[in-house]
Design a protein around this ligand. Structure first.
Ligand code: NDP
Ligand code: A1CAB
Length: 295
């Protein structure tokens, strides 16, 4: 008897234009959740054949560096995810523009790059979804901010949400909030890892083995995040429950406060948002310079 296999949620071909850490995190998450067949995912990069071979063997995706094939994939795929570094985006978008067909959906994960600048560099009012995911998408625990250009159809909106909902939480926001979101959830995993690095190092300095210190730190971070999620209590309320008056936690928090921990984190998030805006402004300036040259 012929076995019925469930159709995956996403049946469109998706091209990843850029095949680095963020593209891999999304692809890994999508494949792990079986929401798309691997051979519907095409990964392109600029030059690294070894990287594409690695991705092909790891996930069964299609990866190509052949200029003719790349052009064909970009011309025909209904969805193109822009996943190169901001510094490479202007050149990539300028050469992409003439190949695009009306209605092909552009999804960007590039920090700072606005919808307006994307459409300007492409030279067309293409439907654009601007997102800011994070690398935890690779294990289905991503947090992605999403904004839509007005050209995005309902169907394309649903498709974009399907992609990012499959790999974590999504939050549809006004585009002007994308930079602050980048400061919280796009770059946020790095702050938590940094904190963990410091906690692990202190455990080792205090005589724990590296393994013990790492294991205890991971479980502590995981447990703390789950506590906030599952109890619904505010982090401040949960912190108070750990902190006995005059006890060891209070002593530790006083040291953090001496280093202005709370305001330092706020300053870091704010600098991250500002840096995203600077990167966006640099790309917008490239667009303006080009428009000026054409006059
Ligand atoms: N890493 C993260 O945590 C997050 C990153 N982002 C955003 O994702 C984007 C990518 O970051 P990340 O994955 O870390 O970067 P990586 O450096 O890991 O990857 C960049 C990729 O882009 C490719 N590339 C460069 N130029 C072109 C081009 N012209 N055409 C096709 N591919 C090209 C590179 O190919 P090659 O190696 O061959 O040059 C490489 O595969 C950035 O814009 C960043 O802002 C967003 C959220 C989180
Ligand atoms: O560091 C960066 O620019 C990117 C954006 C968010 C996370 N990484």
């Amino acid at each position: 008897m012929c076995q019925q296999t469930a159709k995956p949620l996403i049946n469109d071909k998706i091209v990843f234009h850029g095949a680095g850490s963020m593209a891999e995190a999304i692809v890994r998450g999508l494949i792990a959740r079986s929401v798309i067949y691997a051979d519907n995912i095409i990964m392109l990069n600029r030059s690294s054949n070894e990287r594409l071979a690695e991705l092909r063997s790891r996930y069964g995706v299609i990866g190509s560096n052949d200029p003719g094939q790349k052009e064909e994939y970009l011309r025909t795929s209904p969805v193109i995810v822009l996943a190169m570094k901001p510094k490479d985006a202007a050149a990539a978008l300028r050469s992409l523009g003439p190949n695009l067909q009306d209605g092909q959906l552009i999804i960007s994960v590039i920090a700072g790059l606005s919808i307006r600048t994307i459409q300007g560099l492409i030279g067309k009012k293409q439907p654009v979804v601007r997102t800011m995911p994070n690398t935890s998408s690779s294990i289905g625990l991503g947090a992605t901010g999403i904004s839509f250009s007005k050209e995005v159809s309902d169907e394309q909106r649903r498709l974009s949400l399907n992609i990012f909902e499959a790999i974590g939480l999504t939050s549809v926001i006004e585009e002007e909030r994308m930079e602050i979101l980048t400061g919280i959830s796009g770059s946020g995993p790095a702050y938590i890892y940094y904190m963990m690095e410091a906690m692990i190092a202190s455990g080792i300095r205090g005589g724990l083995s590296k393994e013990q210190s790492a294991e205890l730190t991971v479980q502590t971070v995981l447990g703390a995040a789950r506590m906030v999620q599952q109890t619904g209590e505010e982090p401040a309320a949960l912190r108070k429950k750990v902190t006995s008056p005059g006890g060891s936690t209070q002593a530790a928090l006083e040291v953090l406060d001496k280093g202005d921990f709370f305001e330092t984190v706020i300053a870091a998030v704010s600098r991250c948002a500002e840096r995203s805006r600077e990167m966006g402004a640099a790309l917008e300036a490239e667009l303006s310079a080009e428009t000026e040259k054409e006059r």
